[in-house]
Write a protein that binds this ligand. Structure first.
Ligand code: PGA
Length: 315
């Protein structure tokens, strides 16, 4: 038997009229807001009522009291019109996808691999303009609070119910040293032993330092003798010169090739964290931003894992 549903829908215009009557509270109010005559409104509602084979409302004096079927039709009308509105937004966003912008703010430690996501994405969508800001965790939290960008990348995002998070990649923090460092030959180094040596650490406000401090706190330890260096690259070069040991994301060494640097075997390391893309719930994502998220979740992440797997060179 042929479904009657096709008949329920009527025309989009009839559904708009139905909602105007329901929301306005009367045929008169709907006629005024839609600039139609009251008989036109009544006629369209009758057509809808005939289509579903039940009355939409009962007349109580001058008021229309919606029946159960009328309420169901109103709910469906809202869904249908809502879908059309979303389609409309998507279509205009799609027009924008050919020539739109994606604004991304990422913490410094992710800058080593984010370009390897952006490269294939921009090849696929050549009309997209990218703005790519890099800063330490504190800087990127500030940008997030100001709503300056579409998407943010953190390993230690702020916890906030107003944010959405997409976890997309593991982020191991490893201890590294110059190949001639005395700890290099040791098979199982305790955290407290590690802290007896000079540790090169990122600046306060960085996610890397935050992760290290949290980890040490869990083991009732604190950074003691350390040198603060506000740059992953400068820390790596300092380790190459045996200025101290360091705990950094393994991704800072990806794509590098640093033969003088070795990974230390510390009992509670790596510190296992993850990478997240973060955005504000209240910000409606553009189609470009949503497409980039989808890309990260699927082929972007897979391609990156393959590349990173080949590129982290410490042993
Ligand atoms: P960082 O941040 O680059 O500031 O160290 C990394 C993170 O969010 O953990």
């Amino acid at each position: 038997m042929k479904s009657r549903l096709h008949a329920y829908i009527g025309t989009i215009r009839q559904l708009e009229i139905l909602l105007a009557v329901f929301d306005g509270g009367s045929i008169k109010a709907a006629a005024e807001s839609l600039h139609l005559t009251q008989p036109t409104i009544s006629m369209q509602l009758k057509k809808l009522s005939d289509a579903i084979g039940m009355p939409i409302y009962d007349q109580a004096g001058k008021k229309q009291v919606f029946t159960e079927a009328g309420h169901a039709l109103v709910a469906t009308a809202r869904e249908v019109l809502g879908s059309f509105n979303r389609l409309d937004m998507q279509l205009s966003d799609l027009r924008g996808l050919r020539a739109g912008k994606l604004s991304l703010a990422v913490v410094t430690t992710s800058k080593y691999f984010i370009p390897h996501l952006l490269g294939p994405f921009c090849k696929r969508y050549p009309g997209v303009d990218i703005r790519f800001e890099v800063g330490n965790r504190e800087n990127i939290i500030n940008r997030l609070e100001q709503g300056a960008d579409d998407l943010y990348v953190f390993s230690h995002p702020p916890e906030d119910n107003d944010l959405e998070y997409l976890q997309f990649l593991p982020n191991p923090l490893i201890a590294i040293a110059n190949e001639n460092h005395p700890l290099g030959k040791q098979q199982c180094i305790s955290l407290s032993e590690l802290l007896e040596h000079t540790v090169l650490v990122r600046e306060p406000g960085s996610g890397t330092r935050y992760a290290i401090e949290q980890h040490l706190k869990q083991h009732d330890l604190k950074l003691s003798e350390n040198i603060t260096i506000a740059s992953n690259e400068a820390i790596i070069h300092s380790v190459m010169e045996d200025l101290g040991i360091a705990i950094l994301s393994a991704h800072t060494l990806a794509f590098g090739g640093f033969p003088e640097i070795i990974q230390l075997k510390v009992e509670t390391l790596p510190i296992e964290t993850s990478w997240y893309v973060v955005w504000a719930k209240k910000r409606r994502l553009s189609v470009i931003a949503s497409t980039f998220l989808q890309f990260i979740e699927t082929e972007g992440k897979d391609g990156l894992l393959r590349k990173l797997g080949n590129q982290v060179t410490v042993n």
